[in-house]
Design a protein around this ligand. Sequence first.
Ligand SMILES: NC(=O)c1ccc[n+]([C@@H]2O[C@H](COP(=O)([O-])OP(=O)(O)OC[C@H]3O[C@@H](n4cnc5c(N)ncnc54)[C@H](O)[C@@H]3O)[C@@H](O)[C@H]2O)c1
Ligand SMILES: [Zn+2]
Length: 227
Amino acid sequence: MITGAGVSAESGIPTFRDKGGWWKHYRPEDLATPDAFARDPHTVWSWYDARRQGVARAEPNAGHRALARAEAAGCRVAIVTQNVDDLHERAGSREIAHVHGSLWQTQCTADGRVVDDRRVPLPEIPPRCACGALVRPHIVWFGERLHEPPLARIAAWLAEPWDVVLVVGTEATFGYIHEWALAAKRRGACLVEVNPRETSLTPACDTRLPGPAAEVLPAVLPGQSTA
Ligand SMILES: NC(=O)c1ccc[n+]([C@@H]2O[C@H](COP(=O)([O-])OP(=O)(O)OC[C@H]3O[C@@H](n4cnc5c(N)ncnc54)[C@H](O)[C@@H]3O)[C@@H](O)[C@H]2O)c1
Ligand SMILES: [Zn+2]
């Protein structure tokens, strides 16, 4: 399973393509970069604080819950998500690799230490480490390398055979998303795209299920009657 911002859209969390809020004034490419943070940590952290507040208010939707139900029913479900929210976890899914990090972790810019921080709203912007240095969101910004722990989990998953890889609610902008999907396909997985629109990955998919994730996933995943 590979998921992107579209799986959380129906929980009211805007994708980077939606128009409104911060997206009217800033492009993610102008905020989610090491340069933007070096220049203006206050603005970058204000954006993340607003996103943390949005996620804290949101609830998992029927799509997140359908994935968790399939896993609870005994189906092997591993989720590779580009999302930085925690809605898969809150729906009850257990096997999740966050490719781009989490809104709920920060990293000290001096000593590199990663800690959980769930305070909403943040009492101080930009927030600081106990050592006095600035902390940054523990999120993979444009131009940065992916974090090792999720990469290791994904490599282990790709060594297993999978019947199906669902690619849900992502533009698949990043080359590694294509690589992982195609690696699973080469090993025999059926590649199925769930998205109201076509994407750059559509031509490589065996099947396309057009529609919103919250409608399509409960209709196609196994184990839904155990709810
Ligand atoms: N919820 C989040 O954590 C969140 C939100 C916004 C952006 N992001 C970040 O955005 C980056 C962009 O990548 P991306 O490909 O995930 O998102 P994207 O914004 O580039 O694309 C969203 C995709 O979802 C599809 N979509 C929209 N509504 C949908 C629905 N109801 N059901 C199914 N699909 C739907 C769209 O057609 C589009 O293909 C990632 O790095 C991610 O970290 C994350
Ligand atoms: Zn520190």
